[in-house]
Write a protein that binds this ligand. Structure first.
Ligand code: ZN
Length: 226
């Protein structure tokens, strides 16, 4: 069973006047594209000569968990952790067999959360898609969710609207991280799904493409924060 989990912190944790951003990645063990995108996000935040990085770190403290499911990843699992739990179904009431979620839920409770991103991979659909919490949002929250998506869609033609079966609410809502975070903190929360399959426009989302997408998520966050 996993006994520790890495979280990277960018910005000044001692400041009280910053927005708090959490990005968690690869809850499902066999979705490495999520971690490549997160690597791009991290690389961008490490480049302090980048004006976008300077701007976002002036406004925000950013917490990143690159791999939420390290023992499941090591075991070669597709979804579950080594104890057999689908981590993205237990955020509302994490059992002892999901210490990863217990730890991250407790850490977020200490910091609060103003923006939340949850990186995944999708085995089925050959495009990137984003979706928010499966609950009612007010118009201002919907506008923020959509602005982030539209910003990324401008840069990435591989990003398409979410599938109808997802939009129509057949996804299980209880226990999903974005639903739990939205319900608890009322903040914008995105699931980002990167494809296993080659997009129609060509093989643009191998490791480097996912890294580039993650880099652009920094700018997309900055866009919705200003
Ligand atoms: Zn997933």
């Amino acid at each position: 069973m996993v006994t520790s989990l890495d979280v990277l912190v960018f910005g000044d944790e001692t400041r009280q006047d910053t927005k708090i951003i959490w990005l968690v990645s690869r809850q499902h063990a066999g979705e490495p594209m999520a971690e490549y995108a997160t690597e791009g996000f991290i690389r961008r935040l490490l480049d302090t000569s980048d004006s976008m990085t300077q701007q976002i770190l002036e406004k925000a403290t950013i917490y990143v968990v690159p791999n939420m499911n390290p023992d499941g990843s090591a075991a070669g699992n597709l979804r579950a952790n080594a104890a057999g739990v689908d981590l993205n179904r237990v955020w509302h009431d994490a059992p002892d067999a999901a210490p990863e979620i217990q730890a991250v839920v407790a850490a977020i409770a200490k910091t609060g959360c103003d923006y939340f991103i949850n990186m995944h991979g999708d085995e089925t659909r050959p495009f990137i898609w984003l979706i928010g919490p499966a609950v009612d949002m007010n118009p201002e929250q919907i506008a923020c969710q959509n602005q982030f998506e539209a910003f990324l869609a401008e840069k990435h033609p591989e990003l398409w609207p979410p599938p109808e079966e997802i939009r129509s609410g057949t996804m299980p809502a209880q226990g999903l991280s974005v639903s739990h975070i939205f319900h608890t903190y009322g903040c914008p929360s995105w699931v980002v799904e990167l494809p296993f399959r080659e997009p129609a426009l060509g093989d643009t989302l191998l490791a480097e493409g996912c890294i580039n997408f993650g880099r652009n998520c920094v700018e997309a966050l900055l866009d919705v924060m200003t």
